[in-house]
Write a protein that binds this ligand. Structure first.
Ligand code: DON
Length: 428
């Protein structure tokens, strides 16, 4: 049987295909002359499963969709403080090539508009990187996000450089403001090569999923950036990724996204899906018309909005009882995040001080979120402070860090023999 996801994507594709409104970008010769007809959609799931409809193997230049990834690489190379000192994260409400700097801080308003993207580009590779080294690092970094070796479309790069005066003016402005140290010509050359990296919608969906998985590529399992960087990048995509249309996009689509003038759109829905679309005709905001339509439809049909209310939390306490040897057993169930860990802490708080063991069974916990892990460790420390020994039953290794914070913690792969059921021996 073909999975219904494929049929669903085919339906979306058919539904958007006849929409021929919009115009190709006309300020870059190669894009103005590009075939306006191709259309493709691709999805990538957290386990790396890929789906597509349309012309999914066609390569196109990544253009501005490179900006969030260059921002991620700058954060990886230079750290949050240095990058933040150079580029702000405020939505500008301006066109992507606006000549603007924040009047108070002298910084570009965000890394998604050209002036900010030129600045983040110049930060990659550290202060001593040459233009060629930086360019190579960026192609390598984008390839890590895509999970395959990407290449530069030298023709597209040369075509954009024929008329890159505005970007040169932006880079010169940043040099004059002391925010970059490199020659503006080198920065524009490197940035234009960055924009000319070839991708397919499959690549975009994997790159999106890498962010949505907290920085781990779903195909190669390589950690490309930290969860903190992935979160920061998706936050800035949410507020600034779709330029002037960001507010409309947030209410109608609600997926952190970035568009490019060649007609691509990349979406990254945290923990759920990476999406790539390609169709060259653009709307007045510079976003692909069919791409916007496809994203709107998918978000509406599948509840893919980041503000969609999650399913109600199940009771995190699967079982609590006393075992045959007098220990307390608390068996947790479901994903351990803030609300479920809070339930667990409430249960721990009902255990009176004493020297008996508390056995915390994580067998039915499929994953532990960052907040859940912190809270669980805090709860275990409080129990040890009240005299208890702590034993965790963790056959699937869900608790992977921080156990050294709990004095005398012991691990088991299965419940100790003789544990009674709650019905037989309720806790006191
Ligand atoms: O700098 C430029 O003008 C292009 N290389 C990229 C612009 C772009 O993709 C704007 N996005 N929608």
């Amino acid at each position: 049987m073909q999975t219904p996801v494929t049929t669903y994507l085919d339906d979306i594709y058919e539904c958007c295909l006849d929409n021929r409104s919009g115009e190709r970008a006309d300020y870059i010769r190669e894009l103005a002359e590009a075939d306006p007809e191709p259309f493709a959609i691709a999805l990538c799931t957290p386990d790396g499963t890929q789906y597509s409809a349309g012309d999914a193997l066609r390569e196109f230049t990544i253009q501005s969709i490179s900006k969030p990834f260059a921002y991620a690489l700058a954060l990886r190379d230079r750290g949050f403080e240095a990058v933040n000192a150079a580029v702000d994260v405020e939505p500008s409400g301006d066109a992507f090539n606006e000549i603007s700097l924040d009047e108070h801080t002298g910084r570009p308003e965000n890394p998604m508009i050209n002036i900010g993207a030129l600045t983040t580009h110049a930060l990659i590779g550290g202060p001593d990187a040459s233009a060629a080294q930086r360019s190579a690092l960026i192609v390598e970094g984008l390839s890590q996000f895509a999970g395959r070796e990407l290449t530069v479309d030298e023709g597209a790069c040369a075509s954009e450089l024929e008329d890159a005066w505005r970007n040169l003016a932006l880079a010169a402005l940043m040099r004059a403001a002391g925010k970059i140290e490199d020659d503006p010509d080198d920065v524009v050359l490197g940035y234009t090569r960055q924009c000319a990296v070839r991708v397919t919608v499959h690549d975009l969906s994997v790159m999106g999923m890498t962010l949505a998985r907290g920085g781990v590529n779903p195909l190669t399992q390589e950690r490309v950036v930290s969860p903190e960087i992935a979160q920061q990048v998706m936050a800035v995509m949410t507020s600034c990724g779709m330029y002037d249309a960001a507010g409309d996009w947030l209410s109608h689509v609600g997926i952190p996204a970035k568009s490019g003038v060649s007609g691509g759109i990349l979406g990254a829905l945290p923990g759920q899906v990476g999406i790539g679309t390609f169709s060259p005709r653009l709307d007045a905001f510079g976003n692909s018309v069919r791409g916007v339509q496809a994203f709107e439809q998918m978000s509406k049909d599948m509840g893919m909005h980041m503000m969609a209310i999650p399913a109600p939390t199940i009771n995190a306490i699967g079982q609590h009882c006393r075992t045959a040897d007098g220990s307390k057993l608390v068996a947790l169930q479901g994903v351990l995040d803030f609300p479920t860990a809070e339930m667990a802490l409430r249960r721990f708080a009902q255990i009176p001080p004493g020297s008996d063991d508390v056995i915390i069974d994580l067998t039915l916990v499929p994953s532990i979120a960052q907040a859940g892990a912190k809270m669980l460790l805090t709860g275990m420390r409080s129990l040890t402070a009240e005299g208890h020994g702590i034993v965790i039953v963790d056959p699937h290794q869900r608790l992977t860090a921080g156990e050294d914070q709990v004095t005398g913690l012991r691990r088991l792969d299965s419940r100790p023999r003789g544990a009674l059921t709650a019905a037989e021996a309720p806790t006191g």
